[in-house]
Design a protein around this ligand. Structure first.
Ligand code: AMP
Length: 210
């Protein structure tokens, strides 16, 4: 079983590229952000507990998120492999990952400039039903504000505001850059320039993960 890890700041395009990998190969996308939003949306017990963190742009406690990822990998019918989008985000989560099965691992870092991040996030809209991500400037849905995939009305994430983005970037620098450096140190990190358009980045990622 193969594990593909996508690293990158908020808005670097991890979710979009994970969707493309899932569509092209038989690897399953596991987005911790999507898992969290689904629990919050359902107003489940865990959803109520984690909303106080995610709505403010803070990281959800490690033990909760590690458990969610582990359960997802073990419960889903994953045969060929899986793509992690948004996990691991802390060094403790890297430790947690050691109990999640994988025979082979590819880690990819989507490097992106901060001004690009902010612009992308402020124009991002997504589908609460199927998770597909759009952008009102460069990834416009065929019908205004309607998901191309399932027809649901698109919404803005409540953590995609200027203030919360700034906080998420600060947390990314403090908590996740050390994780990226750790993978770089292990010599198993592929890095690419993700300031470029979706398809150019995709052409490179396709070669790295196949
Ligand atoms: P994302 O969709 O990846 O931008 O994640 C949205 C929010 O979910 C983050 O700002 C965090 O509050 C929470 N979250 C997602 N992944 C993780 C993680 N690996 N560890 C802790 N919190 C997370």
């Amino acid at each position: 079983m193969k594990r593909i890890i996508l690293f990158g700041a908020p808005g670097s395009g991890k979710g979009t590229q994970a969707d493309k990998i899932e569509k092209e190969f038989s690897y399953r996308k596991i987005s911790t952000g999507d898992l969290i939003r689904a629990e919050v949306y359902k107003k489940s017990v865990i959803g109520k507990k984690i909303e106080e963190f995610s709505s403010k742009g803070l990281l959800v406690p490690n033990e909760i998120i590690i458990e969610m990822v582990k359960n997802k990998v073990l419960s889903d019918d994953i045969k060929e492999g899986y793509i992690l989008d948004g996990f691991p985000r802390t060094l403790d989560q890297v430790k947690g990952l050691s109990v999640v099965p994988a025979e082979e691992e590819v880690a990819v870092f989507l490097r992106v400039d901060e001004d690009v991040i902010v612009k992308r996030i402020l124009s991002r809209v997504s589908c609460e039903n199927c998770g597909k991500i759009f952008n009102t400037i460069f990834r416009i849905p065929a019908k205004v504000n309607i998901c191309d995939q399932c027809g649901t009305t698109l919404t803005k994430r409540n953590d995609d505001t200027e203030d919360i983005i700034k906080k998420r970037i600060i947390i990314y620098r403090a908590e996740t850059l050390p994780v990226i450096n750790y993978y770089r140190g292990k010599g198993n990190l592929r890095e690419l320039d993700a300031n470029r358009d979706i398809n150019t980045v995709w052409e490179e990622i396709r070669e790295l993960v196949k």
